[in-house]
Design a binder for this molecule. Structure first.
Ligand SMILES: [Zn+2]
Ligand SMILES: [Zn+2]
Length: 187
C-alpha cells in the first residue's frame, strides 16, 4: 500500500470538495459553485486575499480514468500595499484552477509523487493546496497602486505626486555653507 501521509479531511470544510455525487465513470461531470470564506495567509507578502473575504469557486469536477479533474476559476478581492509608495491597494483576482486528483490505488496514485498529482482521500478532494499555488502565481510580486506610480522621493520619503516639479535635495557642500555664513556676518 502506498504511504498516504495526508491528514484526515473534514467534508464540511469550505475548501474540501465531495465527489460522492460524481459517478466514477469517465466523462461524468458535476459543477461546484460556492462562496466560501478565504483561508488565512492566501497570497503574498504585499498583496493577498483578506482573511475571511468572499472567495467564489466556480468549478467543474470531471471523472477521468485515473481520478477526478477539477477545473474552473476562483475569484476573490485582494488587498495590499503598493510596492513603490506603500499606499493601500484594493483589487480583485480571478485565478484559473486545473488539478487532477488521482483515485487511491490507481496507477497514477502508485506511480507519481503527491506533489506532482493530487490525491483523492476517499471521496474527498482538498482544494486548498492547488488554490494557494494558483493565487500566489496570479498575484504580482510587486503590486502597484497604478502602473506609472512614481514612488517616493528617496531623500524625504514624500510621494512624488505631492512634490512640486523639479523637487530635489541639493547637496550643500559644507565648505560653501561656511562661506555663506561668513558673508552673512559681514552684511
Ligand atoms: Zn504607488
Ligand atoms: Zn524629497
Amino acid at each position: 500500500m502506498p504511504n498516504h501521509s495526508q491528514t484526515h479531511l473534514d467534508p464540511r470544510s469550505p475548501l474540501v470538495l465531495d465527489t460522492r455525487e460524481l459517478p466514477r465513470r469517465p466523462g461524468a461531470m458535476r459543477t461546484v459553485r460556492r462562496v466560501v470564506p478565504a483561508p488565512a495567509d492566501l497570497g503574498l507578502e504585499l498583496i493577498r486575499v483578506p482573511d475571511g473575504a468572499d472567495l467564489t469557486l466556480d468549478l467543474r469536477m470531471e471523472s477521468v480514468s485515473e481520478g477526478v479533474l477539477v477545473s474552473g476559476t476562483a475569484s476573490a478581492p485582494t488587498a495590499g500595499e503598493c510596492g513603490r509608495c506603500l499606499r493601500p491597494i484594493s483589487d480583485s483576482v480571478v485565478v484559473p484552477i486545473q488539478e487532477l486528483y488521482a483515485y487511491e490505488h490507481s496507477t497514477t496514485d502508485e506511480t507519481t509523487d503527491e506533489d506532482e498529482v493530487g490525491r483523492l482521500q476517499g471521496d474527498l478532494v482538498d482544494l486548498e493546496p492547488a488554490l494557494r499555488d494558483a493565487v500566489v502565481l496570479a498575484l504580482p510580486v510587486t503590486p502597484l497602486c497604478r502602473d506609472d506610480c512614481p514612488g517616493l522621493c528617496p531623500e524625504c520619503g514624500v510621494h512624488w505626486d505631492e512634490l512640486p516639479a523639479g523637487h530635489s535635495h541639493e547637496q550643500v557642500d559644507p565648505r560653501w555653507a561656511a562661506l555663506t555664513q561668513l558673508h552673512q556676518k559681514e552684511e
